[in-house]
Design a protein around this ligand. Structure first.
Ligand code: IPE
Ligand code: IPE
Ligand code: MG
Length: 249
């Protein structure tokens, strides 16, 4: 029996975010090149996306490349960019056929031309799709995203377009890359690391966090469902007390 059968389909998170971590270690522990781990990680992306689509998760955000990842050895960065181009080009048809809409968050302007081109094409082709919104975090930094929002808002205050009292949580939210997308109810990180690594700092304020031991290339649909199941067994209190949020009280 799949854990999927135990899920309450009325309480599926609308947005799940994943830090896909552990590709390098997965490969190195088998005496293989780190890039082999990244390439195998694409398989796990398919697993997570299929699982998310099957249970109608509306938004799936995958942390694919952070601004800090530029500091890795040149061959690894080049290999990752190459993999991104090939993966997008190779998957776009299947994404489209599965009604998936592809979008990105992060400073994609700084990505190599070939990446920007493939992304633009895929985003355009899938823009009208109504299924899962696959959000790739690419050249993403949450601190940068917040700084960018502050600058945009400060410019509007300076020009007199808005006043200080117009700065609300909603306005800040609307100036983030994730404008219009609900905050993730659930954030999953693989590989056993227990940190956020500059990912969605604002948006994760009240998310449930799920840390899986497995390295990303080993992550399966079943692991995804398991994370959703664990999420459904948590009590989200948002600062209140149990009896206030408990259905049975
Ligand atoms: C995650 O796997 C993929 C990226 C960050 C691009 P890692 O490459 O971080 O793998 P580990 O954490 O070194 O094992
Ligand atoms: C986070 O993983 C970034 C991505 C998964 C793209 P890292 O492997 O880069 O994070 P740290 O450096 O271990 O925190
Ligand atoms: Mg890592």
């Amino acid at each position: 029996m799949s854990v999927k059968d135990k899920l309450d389909l009325n309480r599926i998170p609308s947005h799940v975010a994943i830090i896909m971590d552990g590709n390098g270690r997965w490969a190195q522990e088998q005496g293989k090149m780190r890039l082999f781990g990244h390439a195998t990680g694409v398989e796990a992306v398919r697993e997570a996306l299929t699982a998310a689509s099957e249970i109608n998760v509306k938004h799936l955000t995958l942390y694919a490349f952070s601004t800090e990842n530029w500091n890795r050895p040149k061959e690894e960065v080049e290999g990752l960019m190459d993999l991104l181009v090939k993966t997008i080009a190779g998957e776009v048809e299947s994404l489209h056929n599965n009604d998936v809409r592809l979008t990105t968050i992060g400073n994609t302007n700084e990505l190599p031309d070939a990446c920007r081109f493939e992304l633009q094409e895929a985003i355009k082709k899938t823009s009208k799709n109504k299924g899962t919104n696959l959000i790739l975090a690419l050249n993403y930094s949450s601190k940068y995203e917040i700084r960018r929002a502050i600058k945009a808002i400060a410019a509007d205050v300076k020009s007199g377009t808005i006043g200080l009292n117009d700065i609300t949580d909603e306005l800040i939210q609307n100036n983030l890359y994730t404008a219009g997308i609900p905050d993730p109810e659930l954030m999953i990180r693989t590989s056993g690391e227990i940190r956020i690594s500059n990912f969605l700092l604002w948006q994760l304020a009240y998310s449930e966090l799920h840390f899986a031991q497995k390295y990303w290339p080993d992550f399966t649909k079943e692991d995804f469902f398991q994370a959703i199941y664990a999420y459904q067994n948590r009590e989200r209190r948002f600062g209140m007390i149990s009896s206030q949020v408990n259905d049975n009280s």
